[in-house]
Design a protein around this ligand. Structure first.
Ligand SMILES: CC(=O)N[C@H]1[C@@H](OP(=O)(O)OP(=O)(O)OC[C@H]2O[C@@H](n3ccc(=O)[nH]c3=O)[C@H](O)[C@@H]2O)O[C@H](CO)[C@@H](O)[C@@H]1O
Ligand SMILES: C=C(OP(=O)(O)O)C(=O)O
Length: 436
């Protein structure tokens, strides 16, 4: 079993560079299916297990995918298969993002129903309503969703909720539809603008990405394009919190302030000093953290993907804080794990009430989802004694070399493999050979 072991008490300092964003690269790789001519070159790709999974999905769809350092080459010029089986969708829900491109290009898509996950039920009804509005016939049976349309037609689509995935899937379907599509109340996350930039380089006509209305003029064909993935604002935020919790002084290279206004605002409210530097954000943790209230919201509101990391920080604040989770109905699984670290947290409906400051103690804890994994390691940086974090498969979905980056900043942290009572230091990252 793999574990990350943290011994708390070290003050972080130095520079850490963030990777390309997981949540931008997954839709971009899915969108590369739309290029019926030419190769796509996608740069600054973090070699995460999720990226490996989307690569596998594309290969299964008859696409050539090659990884070379942090660059991915995709050749989707051959006729595509139209089915994404459960083995991939189960591993990673974002596999459903191939549905829009397949429907647009092949007129048909068959994707395993994703089901719920650790943070909520996560339906995809809004994706499907969008496809139907463009003329697709959608049916669900035997654990699969099937959608087909001879030719998608542009449509006006109002999203009941600004879903990130629905916005992306509908955008990718609309770029090859006949006529104009207007997506209203769409998601405004920076990853949406990143996807639009890539689609436009491929020859699409997408306007308004990053605002609440996206207008797309369908085109006849798309071509491979060269695109560099935006920096990961959630990885950046995680290191900012790690710096703050250890009263450290860390330059988070690649962090873009415009993408992180809500996170910066809350950290500053807590007394954390944030200085904009030429190549990133410098974060200086205060001696005393002030409590704050946080409500997660779609962008530009406070990101749900930073909720558990901020919870770790608020455990150390002097007073009462309340976090309200409005995006996912079940994203407080980490609370029980924090309790094992001697924290005073109560759950009341969709809110948690934190009574700080807690004297965090090291404990054996299990990551319950991707961000919870980072949050528990971050809490361990402040806790007295040793914190052992298991279930690292969650961490590996979204953080590249997390423990190594923390080590470089001075943290006392290691990743080990424990087998039959014997421990050995883990030297390799989880993704051995992406081209194998
Ligand atoms: C790969 C990726 O980019 N993942 C991100 C993406 O997930 P994802 O795209 O799945 O998140 P959505 O924005 O779609 O989901 C937000 C909420 O809308 C609901 N919903 C969504 C679609 C739908 O058809 N019906 C529906 O009810 C979901 O159950 C959830 O409660 O955005 C989330 C919200 O910022 C982030 O936490 C995830 O990290
Ligand atoms: C919830 C997340 O990802 P996914 O949508 O891929 O589960 C996340 O990145 O925190």
């Amino acid at each position: 079993m793999e574990k990350i072991i943290v011994r708390g008490g070290k003050r972080l300092s130095g520079t850490v560079k963030v990777e390309g964003a997981k949540n931008a690269v997954l839709p971009v790789i899915a969108a590369s299916l739309l290029a019926s001519e030419g190769k796509s070159v996608i740069r600054e790709v973090p070699t995460l297990s999720d990226v490996y999974t989307i690569g596998e999905v594309l290969r299964h769809l008859n696409t050539e995918v090659e990884f070379e350092n942090k660059t991915v080459y995709v050749d989707a010029s051959k006729e595509l298969n139209i089915e994404a089986p459960f083995e991939y969708v189960r591993k990673m829900r974002a596999s459903v993002l191939v549905m829009g491109p397949l429907l647009a290009r092949q007129g048909k898509a068959r994707v395993a129903l994703p089901g719920g996950c650790a943070i909520g039920s996560r339906p995809i009804d809004l994706h499907l309503k969008g496809f139907e509005a463009m003329g697709a016939k959608v049916s669900v049976g035997n654990g699969f969703i099937e959608a087909s349309a001879e030719q998608l037609t542009g449509a006006k689509i109002y999203l009941d909720f600004p879903s990130v995935g629905a916005t992306q899937n509908i955008m990718m379907a609309a770029v090859l539809a006949k006529g104009t599509s207007v997506i209203e109340n769409c998601a405004k996350e920076p990853e949406i603008a990143d996807l639009a930039a890539y689609l436009n380089k491929m020859g699409a006509d997408v306007r308004g990405a990053g605002t609440e209305t996206i207008i797309i003029e369908g085109v006849d064909q798309l071509y491979g394009a060269d695109h560099t993935i935006m920096p990961d604002r959630i990885e950046a935020g995680s290191f900012m919190v790690a710096a703050a919790i250890t009263r450290g002084d860390v330059l988070v290279e690649g962090a873009i302030a415009d993408h992180m206004a809500s996170v910066i605002a809350k950290l500053e409210e807590m007394n954390v000093k944030i200085i904009q530097e030429e190549n990133g954000l410098r974060v200086i943790g205060p001696a005393k953290l002030k409590p704050v209230d946080i409500k997660t919201m779609p962008h530009p509101g406070f990101p749900t993907d930073m909720q558990s990391q901020m919870m770790a920080l608020l455990l150390c604040a002097e007073g009462t804080s309340v976090i309200t989770e409005t995006v996912f109905e079940n994203r407080f699984m980490h609370v029980e794990e924090f309790r094992r670290m001697n924290s005073d947290i109560k759950i009341e409906g969709r809110s948690v009430i934190i009574q700080g400051p807690c004297e965090l103690q090291g404990a054996e804890v299990a990551a319950t989802d991707l961000r919870a994994a980072a949050a528990l390691i971050i809490a361990g940086l402040r806790a007295e004694g040793y914190t052992r974090v298991t279930e690292l498969k969650h961490l590996d979905r979204g953080y590249l070399d997390f423990h190594k980056k923390l080590q470089m900043l001075g943290a006392d942290v290691e990743r080990i493999t424990e087998s039959s009572g014997e421990m050995k230091q883990e030297e390799t990252n989880i993704v051995p050979d992406l081209n194998a």
